[in-house]
Unconditional design. Structure first.
Length: 168
């Protein structure tokens, strides 16, 4: 019997937005997750909304071409109040998803509670707990990592730990 070692996929994690899109790229190894890169796509509030969507698409293509992920893991939206913001984020999310699909990536979605559960062990964890656990589990030394990039790193972590799994 031969043991075939399967290559772990490279995962692009996305924290969607239209003002700021957090992104992170990582890959699971035998007992750790390697972070290949992370950052932020920041659009200008003074720009036309459609130009902002175009900027997101163009910068995301650069990330995809550089890191060659095969999976795009994206956070599902959860909004309770501002419908205008929710609509704009939903549209940006659509731009992100179609860009990933056009580059051959498989889409995986995770709800906020699933991400918190995977990263901290508690589905109702606060922002500080998520940040602390992301940095600890991924062995990140940098003090000042943007919140949106932290969220994208949490999505990568979730995709590597619990692929194709979600809870409501």
């Amino acid at each position: 019997m031969s043991h075939v070692k399967t290559k772990s996929p490279v995962v692009l994690g996305i924290d969607p937005g239209y003002d700021r899109v957090g992104w992170a790229v990582g890959k699971k190894n035998s007992n750790s997750i390697d972070v290949l890169g992370y950052g932020l796509i920041q659009t200008k509030a003074s720009d036309d909304l459609f130009l902002r969507y175009q900027q997101i698409q163009q910068e995301l293509v650069q990330v995809i071409e550089k890191h060659k992920p095969s999976i795009c893991a994206i956070e599902k939206l959860f909004f309770s109040k501002n419908k205008t913001t929710a609509l704009k984020v939903s549209e940006a999310r659509g731009v992100i998803i179609i860009t990933a699909i056009q580059h051959g990536l498989t889409i995986q979605e995770y709800g906020p509670n699933t991400i918190k559960l995977a990263v901290t062990g508690h589905g109702a964890a606060d922002k500080q707990a998520v940040t602390k656990m992301v940095k600890m589990q991924l062995k990140l030394k940098e003090d000042k990592i943007n919140d949106d990039a932290i969220d994208a790193l949490a999505v990568v972590l979730t995709a590597c730990l619990v692929p194709n799994f979600d809870i409501v």
